[in-house]
Design a protein around this ligand. Structure first.
Ligand code: HEM
Length: 433
């Protein structure tokens, strides 16, 4: 068989721009989804080349994404950047980080066998049974959050009033960050994920890719210094919070994890643990507004809450993509992928794959099975997924019995980011139950 030429596999420019450019994600439904639909139907593994970016292989189908991600030896996370950003941004990071783009020494930036070893050491902290110890705390925080929402007398922005604050408080209390530091944590998180959104810039004047990479790097430094103080404290006096459990985790040879890995793990939870959940909760609320019969169903039968959680995660796809790089030449679904070629796993597309999710644009709390890719797949699958699901379930269980009708009170607005993104405002009008 003749090897396919990359010409035949070239992604049309407008499709590539629609899935790669941060600005597209402010118009997810009008721009990104149609491009993903086109890719799944016409070119499920295609090579995208747009100005200012490395060429990347786009993986659009659910099955292909799973196949690539299950093999962490063939497709590494982080020999190149784990997120897509312009070449100039990567160049800036490499200039500062000894030729790599590894901003953190956490699991996301590790490969086997190191990844396997550290993940095994940390797993007990994140297992379903282990995170259950946080359930009462989440319920208290959720009740307070719902009280505050109901104080708004029938109209509010769901994101500003509830979905941003609740997971932030839940995660910060879990890792032991005091209340007065939440604002700082939120700011640093937005600096890491929101680098592309004009509303969320450290320096309002700068908009270059270098400036964005600089913002991301500066935020990581801030996190590091913060957790260095906490790490020493929790080693000396563990108090049962998640940071104490992380810094006291041991490898199979009985060693503590290196200091930098401990700090960067805590930082990555502070970074990854709340904006993602915010995005899933607000998209879930939007789904319930658009499909009011689903709201009615789950409100009258709270045993459907876990289904609502998974459907909200699928509907939102908080992390729109993760990158991988090939470690050797391979023919993948007919595409001649070369060593060090970059691959973009489009979770945002896989989660709308009609061959896996019938009627994929419908929000359905009874969808079963619901094998969404929102937590990724394979050896790097989100370590915090049980905690995130618990947090979301508790919130819905507290919220839904207390509200009646909910409708949109204005246009929802989405963040401009191709990485972790979602609603930045969701104006709602509601009645109390
Ligand atoms: C709705 C909420 C969340 C979503 C959608 C989410 C999504 C993800 C995704 C897509 C990855 C990427 C894995 C890859 O490289 O393929 C990931 C990794 C990770 N997440 Fe989450 N996450 C969420 C919440 C959390 C929470 C609450 C925590 C911690 C308490 C957490 C901790 C981690 C860690 C440690 C990794 C790295 C795993 C590894 O590389 O082995 N996440 N997450």
């Amino acid at each position: 068989m003749t090897a396919p030429t990359t010409d035949r596999l070239a992604v049309p420019d407008e499709i590539a721009r629609a899935v790669m450019l941060p600005s597209s994600y402010a118009d997810l439904e009008g721009t990104v989804f149609p491009a993903c639909d086109w890719l799944r139907r016409n070119l499920p593994v295609g090579l995208a080349q747009i100005d200012g970016y490395d060429p990347v292989w786009l993986l659009a189908r659910h099955g292909d994404i799973k196949e690539a991600l299950r093999d962490a030896d063939l497709f590494h996370n982080a020999d190149a950047n784990i997120m897509l950003q312009p070449m100039a941004g990567d160049e800036y990071l490499r200039g500062m980080l000894d030729g790599t783009t590894k901003v953190l020494r956490n699991l996301s930036y590790m490969e086997p066998p190191e990844h396997t070893e550290y993940r095994r050491a940390l797993k007990p902290v994140f297992e379903p049974g282990a995170v259950l110890k946080y359930a009462d705390r989440f319920r208290r925080i959720a009740r307070d959050a719902v009280d505050r929402l109901l104080d708004h007398d029938g109209e509010c922005d769901f994101v500003a009033t509830l979905s941003m604050q609740y997971p932030l408080t839940a995660v910060m209390e879990t890792i032991g960050v005091p209340h007065e530091d939440y604002r700082k944590m939120l700011r640093w998180t937005q600096d890491t994920f929101g680098g592309d959104d004009p509303d969320w810039k450290r320096d309002e004047v700068e908009t270059s890719p270098e400036a964005m990479a600089k913002q991301w790097h500066a935020a990581v430094q801030d996190f590091y210094e913060y957790f260095e103080v906490m790490r020493s404290d929790r080693l000396a006096q563990p108090n049962g919070d998640m940071t104490s459990d992380i810094v006291n985790s041991h490898t199979s040879s009985g060693e503590l994890l290196p200091d930098i890995v401990q700090n960067h793990m805590a930082a990555s939870i502070a970074i990854a643990g709340h904006d993602t959940t915010n995005s899933a909760l607000s998209a879930g609320m939007l789904g319930l507004i658009r499909f009011p019969e689903q709201l009615e169903r789950v409100r009258t039968d709270l045993s459907l809450a876990p289904g609502l959680v998974d459907e909200s995660l699928r509907y939102a796809t908080p992390a729109k993509h993760f990158m991988r790089n090939a470690t050797r030449d391979v023919e993948f679904q007919g595409a001649p992928i070369k060593a060090m070629d970059r691959v973009m796993a489009l979770f945002v597309s896989g989660n709308r794959d009609e061959s896996v999710f019938p009627d994929p644009y419908r929000f359905d709390v009874t969808r079963r099975p619901n094998p969404h890719l929102s937590f990724s797949y394979g050896p790097h699958i989100c370590l915090g997924l049980h905690m995130a699901k618990l947090e979301m379930r508790v919130l819905f269980e507290e919220l839904l019995p207390r509200i009646g009708k909910v409708e949109l009170a204005g246009e929802p607005r989405l963040k401009q980011s191709s990485f972790v993104s979602g609603l930045k405002s969701l104006p709602i009008r509601f009645t109390k139950a």
